[in-house]
Design a protein around this ligand. Sequence first.
Ligand code: NAP
Length: 483
Amino acid sequence: MQEAANLGADMVELRLDFLSSAPTHDQLKALLADPPVDVIVTCRPKAEGGHFNGTESQRLEILRLAASFKPAYVDVEMSVPPCEAPQGRLIVSHHDFAGCGGDLEAIATELAQTSGVVKKVVCTAGGPQDALRTLGLLRTAKKPTIALAMGEAGVLSRILAKKFGAFGTFASLRTGAESAPGQVTIEQMRDLYRWEAIGPETDVYGVIGCPVAHSLSPAIHNAAFAAAAMDAVYVPVLIQPGPDSFGRFMDELLARSWLDWRGLSVTLPHKQNALAYVGADRCDELARRIGAINTITIGSDGSLRGDNADYAAAIDSLCAAMGIERDGLAALPVAVLGAGGVARAIVAALTHYRADVAIYNRTVSRGEKLAEEFSSHAYPLAAATRTEAQILINCTSIGMHPDLDASPVQSIGSSVNVVFDTIYNPIETRLLKQAAAAGCTCVSGLEMFVNQAVAQFEIWTGRDAPRQVMRHIVTDHLSNGGD
Ligand code: NAP
């Protein structure tokens, strides 16, 4: 409790069901007589996802005993008959660990009619659209309410609860100390998502992906919003692979204009799904050729626009290092190593600006397919060492952490004078070390990574992005051993 108070929690939930044996009168007195912060006493039965092992009458007896020390709140389940509930200020709760089935609105109405001073509806997110449903409960609540969806897909409901006037949210003391699935830590809630700054007018942004838990985007964009003094928050949105799950979430999001959702970053595996959902005619020309977008902008009227900030970030990183405009790429010979998603975006952009592109890939047939589509030439990866190109761009994952000693080429061809490695971890790859030793201009994937976040910020807000703040988040993360 003291640790929670020190971290800035307004209240702690004392989960008595996590104790290995039933607490005695003296133990409860020690815990509750003079707590450092307001306390919610809970003793959750197994049927509602708790750990209490004894009988129902033993459980209620513990709660009544705890209530006699007058904690700020006692949480009792809706299933407890009112005559057996403890005396005191009650949070009356409903938990569904199997999903978000049933009529949540009807459950919330039933809870509102109980003697509880706070009502609490908790379900388990089958997808992030369930989190949007719990936010809807908060929005229309007349009584102080806690409503959230557990699980990774429900994380956004825990963060955005503040915008919709929730009585509170739950956060863990530290990673590994979660009392329910999907809890973020108090520190993350306070510093990363800026809980205190979230209010009814806050604009919402997020990153869609699978997986998304380790995405750096929330750290980068929330820091950028804070630095720009913008009333905005950026949350992770876990969507399972496939166009159907993507479409289901987007439909539910767009049906709720009151969310004030203004933009989405899109990462693997949804970039193609995003373009299909937004519609090619609402995406920029190069995004259409690439067949993928990573940025969705949502107008206040619900209109959508799609952009591919990946190619722009890569091309602009290269041009900045060379001191040229995009048009200056015309006729320059470029060797692109790789034929995956990143190579595709870069080849599309380079050929759009009329560079002379040669693709080198391990799986030659994949390289040939890409070359055919963008009127370039394909070769085996092993031939890249003999390239006669002036610019060499690595879009393979060779040399990425933890394979620090690997390089896609044995040596840098004598014609090459610029080397761009799209890998950003490590910032200086083996390839870039080879390039520096050969006297080439070096461009790190870090620039591309930061540039795409900068481009998204500027597309969404129309303002200059706080580039240095965003860059610092990435370098800080990498220097702390993040991947
Ligand atoms: P992808 O679609 O999976 O493509 C991977 C590419 O790497 C393919 O061409 C593959 O060749 C090649 N490859 C992988 N392992 C190889 C090996 N052991 N030997 C030879 N070739 C190998 O991945 P992607 O999304 O394009 O990402 C590629 C890289 O881009 C990532 O590793 C990442 O470091 C970098 N990236 C950077 C940023 C940034 O912002 N800086 C953003 C995203 C990605 P085959 O076709 O033969 O399999």
